[in-house]
Design a protein around this ligand. Structure first.
Ligand SMILES: C[S@@+](CC[C@H](N)C(=O)[O-])C[C@H]1O[C@@H](n2cnc3c(N)ncnc32)[C@H](O)[C@@H]1O
Length: 221
């Protein structure tokens, strides 16, 4: 069964606009490439999970896994809970609330562009704190190249964030892959592997894969 059919079935109890949103997310974002980079075992957190599309796909791959989805938007968390997959907990909140050193892996998909650069740095540090030392960190971000794809996404996100307010965010601040890689490193992670994923999509998708650098558990990285 394709991911889209699987999601349509999994979210059948969600309200129709949210169900459609989930399916559009899957078609427009290379979630399969993100899933490939998340290790199959241990406790995984998806920060800024939205409706939980990534978690549903990770659960499909590994139904015995344990997952937490965290988002500041209660509307999306309420809809995510309707998909009722075992072993996925959804929480409304921020990454600073997570217990230090408690996750084996963590993902952040299309969230960083909703924060100013100073906010991104704080957010990334909080992610590093919540991960176990050596834990895998996978970030799918929108970047500012190729230029035409950057223009497409800026226009679309103005509609999503500012006009229809479908997405909650402080701002729209899309940076270069190099700047994001530097911020990730500075926050306490190893040098990220940067993978361009925009081929076949009209959006400037990029993937960053790294590990929490080996710091003492519980201490600020
Ligand atoms: C474009 S959506 C992506 C949702 C999901 N990751 C996905 O790929 O479908 C961005 C999400 O980030 C959430 N968000 C924005 N700022 C956040 C923050 N500081 N902490 C947690 N979630 C945040 C928004 O509420 C929204 O659900």
């Amino acid at each position: 069964m394709s991911d889209v059919l699987y999601l349509a079935r999994t979210y059948r109890r969600a309200a129709l606009p949210h169900r459609l949103h989930v399916m559009i997310r899957r078609v427009t974002c290379p979630f399969d490439r993100v899933v490939d980079k998340v290790p199959a075992g241990g406790l995984h957190a998806d920060v800024g999970c939205g409706h939980g599309v990534l978690l549903a796909l990770l659960h499909r791959r590994n139904p015995a896994g344990a997952f937490l989805g965290l988002d500041i938007d209660r509307r999306k968390i309420d809809q995510a809970r309707r998909c009722a997959l075992d072993r996925i907990e959804y929480r409304c909140g921020v990454v600073d609330d997570l217990e230090p050193g408690s996750f084996d892996s963590m993902s952040v998909v299309d969230v960083l562009y909703l924060m100013p650069n100073s906010g991104k740095a704080q957010f990334l540090k909080a992610c590093a704190r919540a991960l176990k030392p050596g834990g895998t960190f996978v970030v799918k971000a929108l970047v500012d190249t190729p230029r035409w794809k950057h223009r497409v996404i800026v226009l679309e996100e103005h509609v999503m964030v500012r006009i229809f307010k479908i997405t909650k965010g402080e701002t729209i601040k899309i940076t270069s892959p190099g700047v994001l890689a530097g911020m990730i490193r500075e926050a306490g992670f190893t040098e990220p592997e940067v993978i361009g994923l925009d081929r076949g999509y009209p959006y400037p998708h990029s993937l960053f894969v790294c590990r929490r650098a080996d710091v003492e558990e519980g201490s600020a990285p």
